[in-house]
Design a binder for this molecule. Sequence first.
Ligand SMILES: *Cc1c(COP(=O)(O)O)cnc(C)c1O
Length: 366
Amino acid sequence: MDMFEALGVHKYINAHDTYTVYGGSRMTEKTLAAMNSIAAHFVDFAELEAAAGRRIAQLTRNEDAYVTNGAAGAIQLAAAVCMCRGDDYRYMRLPNGEDLCRDFVVMRCQHNAYDKAIEGAGGRIVEIGDADETLPCELEGALKKGAAGVFYFASSLYARGSMPLEAVIEWAHRFDTPVIVDAAAQLPPRENLWRFTEMGADMVIFSGGKTLCGPQDSGLILGRERWISQCRRFGAPAHGVCRSCKTSREAVAGLVAAVEQYLALDPEREYDRLLRLDRWMEEILCRDDRCRCRIVPYGPVGQSYPRLFLDLGEGLTASALEAGMRNKYIYIGREGEETLYISPLNLTEEEADTVARTLYQLIMEG
Ligand SMILES: *Cc1c(COP(=O)(O)O)cnc(C)c1O
């Protein structure tokens, strides 16, 4: 009996996106081999972290890098490092310490489900701006009062009300306050691995288990040596509030391999490969003339990869089709009741074919 049968767990095809609830993304054989290879041996964890950091920093054109257990763990550690500023006694008191500066500036339009990790470290969120606009005077005022750091969530979803990152960095640095960019899902384009740090951000966070196709329990902090060295010092296996950000040597080795492979890909060829998957599915789905297919050249938070959208015609409901697909163990995306979408990111050619044929079948039945 294989493990799926033994546990009674189903295998799904993930045509929705790199969501954690479905397992994120898929690691390559090469990444799994790197994880297997280190699993057979013991290493000095600190030596491994330092070496992995040097390698990833060099590949991503950054001063330094640190591997955590995910982007959420990275947010927590970055916040802790900003609050303790190199002081062991301050660190050991987190998440408490009434006399510490624990305020983090977050734009209200960027406030999201992941910024709880700031509070996880003992930080307090100070919101500025509103849904539509953030004024520089609000940022200046919050910085003047004293802030441990500014968190910036890079996503097309928040573009409308956000101050530009360049301006945020300029203001924050006037007050010697670090800026942390959460760019967890902001790949591709690959240039984001160095673009934000080149703009002056102090720490930039990526999820290892999303489009980087690394281990689900890996995350990356890129940035200035001044701050990353503190991540190495206070991050797990050190004791304290960020012990819960511990990852494994397998995840560290896997993420190094994943970053190497990600940067070795030719971005245009990769885009074309995904576009071909979309077109293959489009051809099958558009046989029903009630549906209109369109290719949208960006991901759900503004990344540069092509997804296939399907605008449904008369008599078809998106939620019913989504549920029907789920019954067939396939995850797809939905926008309202008239639109379905498919991300090719996690699909093999064979799976793309299965997804399109299964959906076409359901559309014909419905
Ligand atoms: C997914 C995501 C995270 C969390 O990433 P994990 O690697 O799963 O911890 C944090 N911030 C943003 C904006 C994300 O999209």
